[in-house]
Write a protein that binds this ligand. Structure first.
Ligand code: MN
Length: 176
């Protein structure tokens, strides 16, 4: 594994880098998985959030907002786009949905022989992306006692755009 696997739910799920606990998973909870492996010396890093049983309209709205933010930022990845444009693309969608105060971390980070490398995708970093750079796109919304949702993919910048290295589906999975 490239870092200690994180599985968060309930109150813990609303803490972006919480510590796994012994809380049993309850119906109506979202469950966040953040994990990765090392392959030929290089790290991967993926986050998916699933629903256990029926979730509320607000939880669904939070999930849809994070997914929209993630997809919109991904679609902008190409040589010449700045780190801050990518971060702000996701951040503006989350802010417009009313959750701006609940996205407390950067959009993503470089990925390589270490799980956290440069470039850092923050809302102030003017660095321009270049072909061959590999980084994560991982917006999240964490509302205490309501929901913690993060969706994370690994991407590589290509000649004209990007390729997603993580292929697991992102449509909301409801586990019954
Ligand atoms: Mn990550």
């Amino acid at each position: 594994m490239s870092f200690q696997t994180m599985v968060l739910t309930g109150k813990n799920g609303a803490s972006p880098h919480g510590t796994p606990g012994l809380t049993p998973i309850s119906k109506g909870d979202l469950v966040l998985f953040d994990l990765g492996v090392v392959h030929n010396g290089y790290c991967s890093d993926i986050t998916r959030t699933v629903a256990y049983g029926d979730i509320s309209d607000e939880q669904k709205n939070i999930y849809d907002t994070v997914l929209q933010a993630e997809l919109s930022a991904l679609e902008k990845v190409r040589p010449g786009v700045s780190a801050k444009e990518l971060d702000l693309t996701a951040r503006n969608i989350i802010s417009e949905a009313g959750y701006g105060n609940y996205f407390p971390h950067r959009l993503g980070h470089g990925l390589g022989v270490s799980v956290h490398e440069y470039p850092s995708l923050t809302e102030t970093n003017p660095l321009l992306m270049e072909k061959g750079m590999v980084f994560t796109i991982e917006p999240g919304i964490y509302v205490p006692n309501v929901a913690g949702v993060r969706i994370e993919d690994d991407v590589v910048v290509t000649e004209n755009g990007y390729e997603t290295l993580t292929k697991f589906p992102k449509t909301l999975q409801v586990i019954s």
